[in-house]
Design a protein around this ligand. Structure first.
Ligand code: A3P
Length: 352
């Protein structure tokens, strides 16, 4: 009898142990008391900024981002919120996988798309593909199918947004339809920049790649002194031409336009608008941006407590002075396409 009771108790004990292990593994949903204890510990450790002792990867990509005074306090408060706790608990390593993007930066080339991608990648709820996949505008890639495309994406948790950036999408005719067939409710980010500046930036990039000999002025103008709209760098700045096509497939509410000129001067305001559009918490703060003292280019770099990053030399190249006559002709030429674009997107930009 005595032996049977002991055996029964041992079996019960074993069951209890297995139950605890299983529940802790399966997101600890069954034992909320364990949850709060472990999170308190994390919060205390975080405020002590002793990151080496915690497994931060299951909470944020860049834990030290929260170490800046105000953001850090906010974060501790968020940890106390049961919704956030549950959300973070779901982030165990088994739920990390490659997913199709729920948002794409579609263009335009040379409007600051790399800066936007890098800035957004600071956000703990966002994962961005590092390379431009150019899946929808490259026949060979497109024929590989969506699973090929998905495998090019970064690993993400189910509650994170995967973002891909391929700025050549904006000007390629078949892309909107193809993206629509993949996901008709996808969110799209489009950056625009003052058209003449953008055209020059485009030219500088092309020149560097293909070692073009002719000057921008010679290529942007025809021999009779008219604006040469056959020149792709000039044509790509006529945003309305391409936008029309996108609006055939996606309502304007699904396309958020980022002002590339503002992104240079005041990145935070543009990023906060994107966070709102994507429906993620406002987690990128002023502290994440800084202007390096010894950098004359005047472009913001990003940082958190442990690392800093500036874009490479191919982003933010010095533009050569443009012939004033050509500049005036181009600005004048873009007036009408700009107006058409403003009407289409129900928004004006700070260029005539
Ligand atoms: P320039 O090189 O003409 O100055 P993209 O990434 O789409 O190719 O765009 C490149 C442009 O991003 C650069 O064009 C630069 O003006 C702009 N840009 C915006 N924010 C930047 C930043 N923080 N650092 C570097 N370049 C930035």
């Amino acid at each position: 009898m005595h032996f049977r009771v002991r055996a029964l108790l041992s079996i019960l004990g074993l069951f209890a142990l297995v139950y605890i292990c299983v529940s802790l593994t399966l997101n600890q949903k069954l034992f909320p008391c364990f949850l709060s204890a472990s999170f308190q510990q994390v919060s205390v450790t975080r405020t002590g900024v002793n990151y080496s002792q915690i497994n931060v990867s299951s909470h944020t990509k860049y834990p030290s981002q929260q170490a800046h005074s105000t953001v850090g306090q906010q974060y501790v408060q968020q940890e106390a919120n049961p919704d956030t706790r549950l959300k973070n608990k779901v982030r165990n390593k088994h739920t990390r996988r490659r997913r199709l993007p729920q948002c794409i930066i579609i263009g335009v080339q040379k409007a600051g798309t790399s800066a936007l991608r890098n800035f957004l990648n600071l956000h703990p709820d966002i994962e961005t593909a590092v390379k431009e996949i150019r899946f929808f505008n490259n026949e060979k890639s497109y024929l590989q199918g969506l699973d090929w495309y998905r495998k090019k994406m970064p690993y993400s948790f189910p509650d994170q947004i995967t973002i891909e950036k391929s700025p050549t999408y904006f000007v390629t005719e078949q892309v909107p339809e193809r993206i629509y067939h993949m996901n008709s409710s996808i969110k799209l980010l489009l950056l625009v920049r003052e058209p003449v500046e953008r055209a020059m930036s485009d030219y500088l990039q092309v020149t560097q790649k293909f070692q073009a000999k002719e000057s921008f002025e010679a290529m942007a103008m025809t021999s009779s002194g008219e604006v040469n709209i056959q020149f792709p760098c000039v044509r790509r700045s006529m945003y309305y031409r391409y936008m029309k096509n996108w609006l055939e497939y996606f309502p304007l509410g699904q396309i958020h336009i980022v002002d590339g000129n503002l992104l240079v001067k005041d990145p935070l305001s543009e990023i906060q608008a994107v966070e709102k559009f994507l429906g993620v918490e406002q987690r990128i703060g002023r502290n994440n941006f800084y202007l390096p003292v010894n950098q004359s280019r005047g472009f913001y770099c990003i940082r958190n407590e442990t690392w800093k990053k500036c874009l490479g030399a191919s982003k933010g190249r010095a533009h050569p002075p443009l012939d004033p006559g050509v500049e005036a002709k181009l600005r004048n030429y873009y007036r009408s396409p700009n107006k058409k674009f403003f009407r289409m997107v129900h928004r004006e930009f700070d260029w005539p």
